[in-house]
Structures are given as C-alpha cells and as structure tokens.
Unconditional design. Structure first.
Length: 140
C-alpha cells in the first residue's frame, strides 16, 4: 500500500513542482481560489515529500527494519520499530491531506473517497495484532 501510494504521490508531486500551474496534470488554478495557495508549488512539495518520499522510506524500513536515529526519536510507540509507527502516521497523513484538500477546494470527488479509504486501510493493516507483533522490538 505504501509503495503504490508513493509512486502516485511522487508522480503527482513532481508534476506540480515542475509546473505549478497544474496544467501538466490537467488541473486548473481556479480550484485553489478558496485555499491559501496561489499555485500548486507548495501543495506539490508537500505531496512529493510527505506522501511520496515518506512512504517510500517507510516501505523500505518495514522490509529492512533499518535503525535510523531521527525516526526512532519521533516514534511515540517505544515498544515497536519506528517503521510501524510511521506506517500509522502515514495513514493519518493521507487522511489529513485529503480532508484538507476537500476543504480547500470545497468539493468531494470519488478519488477523495478512495484515498481516505486507502488511508484507513493503511491504519487497519498496521494495527492488525499480527503486524504489530511482528514489529515489536523484542521480536527482532
């Protein structure tokens, strides 16, 4: 789930950074009229970093169980590997991103529902007892 999310977000975020007008993705600037943004540069950077690069790193860490100091310090679940916590954070980030997006554009499309469901699915999968057990630190 993280890898597919990352691929889409890297593509979309990069396209918005390259062309902040949104034309590259077929999006018009008018949907930003009720948002704090005048173009898609900042939303593109947020998308690229938070939902593109972030989930790529999480995916890698979930597989390899890497020991990185900064994410370990940001892990509020001290009994689990940081990648498990960041998987949960990623689900929250996706739901928050879509919620803010629908608020700012003042509309909801099917794709928004799909991505909120995706965020919930990430959280459900992360919270499964077998998954949590797998990432308990004493399990390593």
């Amino acid at each position: 789930m993280h890898l597919l999310l990352a691929i889409g977000a890297v593509f979309g975020g990069t396209a918005l950074v390259i062309d902040p007008s949104g034309r590259l993705l077929g999006v018009t600037l008018s949907i930003l009229n009720t948002s704090p943004f005048t173009n898609f540069l900042i939303p593109g950077l947020i998308l690229l970093i938070m939902l593109g690069i972030g989930p790529l790193l999480i995916c890698y860490a979930l597989i390899k169980r890497t020991h990185w100091k900064v994410p370990s310090k940001l892990n509020v679940f001290k009994d689990t590997h940081w990648s498990w916590a960041f998987s949960l954070y990623c689900g929250f980030a996706l739901i928050t991103w879509i919620t803010l997006q629908t608020y700012f554009i003042q509309g909801v499309a099917l794709i928004h529902v799909v991505y909120v469901a995706w965020g919930i699915a990430i959280q459900i999968a992360t919270l499964l007892p077998s998954v949590r057990r797998h990432y308990l630190l004493d399990h390593e």
